[in-house]
Design a binder for this molecule. Sequence first.
Ligand SMILES: Cc1cc2nc3c(=O)[nH]c(=O)nc-3n(C[C@H](O)[C@H](O)[C@H](O)COP(=O)(O)OP(=O)(O)OC[C@H]3O[C@@H](n4cnc5c(N)ncnc54)[C@H](O)[C@@H]3O)c2cc1C
Length: 437
Amino acid sequence: MATPKFRVAICGGGIGGLTLAVGLSRYPDIHIDVYEAAGQFKEIGAGVMVWERTWKILELLGLGKEFGDIAHAQPNRSLGVGFDYRKSDQPQEGFRFYLYQVPYGCIRFHRAQFLDVLVDHLPSDVAHFGKRLTSYDTSATSTRPEILLHFADGSNATCDLLIGCDGIKSVIRKQMLEDHVHKSGGDPTLLKHIEPIWSGRIAYRGLIPTNRLKTDNKEHRTIQTPMMYCGKSKHVVSYGISRGSIVNVVAMATQPHLYGTTYDGPWVKECGRDELLECFAGWEPEVEEMLQCIEKPTKWAICELRPLPFYVQGRVALLGDAAHGMTPHQGAGAGQAIEDAYILAEVLGHPSTTLSTLPQALAAYEAVRLPMANHVLRGSRESGNMYEFNGPLGDDLARLGPQIGKQWDWVWKTTPLEEREKALRLSMQRRASTAKL
Ligand SMILES: Cc1cc2nc3c(=O)[nH]c(=O)nc-3n(C[C@H](O)[C@H](O)[C@H](O)COP(=O)(O)OP(=O)(O)OC[C@H]3O[C@@H](n4cnc5c(N)ncnc54)[C@H](O)[C@@H]3O)c2cc1C
């Protein structure tokens, strides 16, 4: 590469960080390094679903074919089921109270396969493993105008721009907020955004080989249809992935009064199937039958961030869960990370973005992404409460269904291309007004 226009350090190689790396790799004048704490890029064995707008981005990145090949089925524009909502917390057969349908429906993947596609498109030599960032130093000196990175193994690196893709427990978010408060005299109440808060909810997760849900004369409903089984303070999400060969299940149980507390102990644990079955005892037969087939569930504390007032400080920016870790009730955390990555890559890659105009490009990224991602963060929380009859409409099912659907208006009200245009326009306007000063 000739001298790069700037060097970007991407800290964290999850779905967000790797999408950014793939997005930036289309611009040969930008140097990228991905620093990952673990010894390899890794996703858990579970499903992940995205909506049309995320799918469009994957296509815009030139990855439509590869992602199409590993989706539950080839994605297409026809009307598909988002989720089929049932009232299920009684021993008798439940009933549908709402069917959410959108073009493409919900597009579903196995997480490990999803990450593999991104890894396959990473340029060689950008990944550095075993590099857990502990802190960074932005105080430029005449001999070192760049940002200095410190890693847990004692090594250092430098970059012109640091992107925190280090997940919901982000150390970069922590330092960004602490520096803002302690070094720049920012509002001390912002420190409450450092620690994630617990939603009061536990998720039991598991995968089921689809053939276990089939008998000679009956096939379980969820093999064909993404299901949302709803009940008081609990709900179960299930859908097919991997060309229909596996069903992904997430069963949630909530103690609403614990919302906003801190979850003590490990966020992920193994647990016995009996605990899961006991939790959903007395639910409709098709739920119990499905949960019986999960051999080794894992148990997750579901946490979120308080919506941040900024994602950027100087030449450090947050992306994905580091910026807006959210509950999974709109199937959107990974999708929002991918949207961040796409918009950021587009504004950074634009020919008029240079080292000296980075602040305007980052401001444009923040102006476009922060309102949307924080909206989804809040909406996800509200959706989760609605699925469990704990929202303002309680279990008034006739009104609840359409309200649940409305929560997803953001999915189709704008498109990633419109947002890209907006971000580029804002970046240009900000450059023009800075130049006039
Ligand atoms: C039960 C459940 C179901 C979900 N379902 C969906 C869904 O269907 N659809 C959807 O869109 N979203 C879903 N999500 C949310 C989604 O999983 C996340 O939003 C997404 O994975 C976040 O990606 P990320 O890259 O921002 O962070 P992460 O995946 O957390 O990646 C962070 C990376 O940074 C690395 N790292 C951490 N600290 C450091 C450090 N100090 N230095 C270097 N590297 C570091 C980590 O090792 C990791 O590789 C779900 C979440 C849960 C809990």
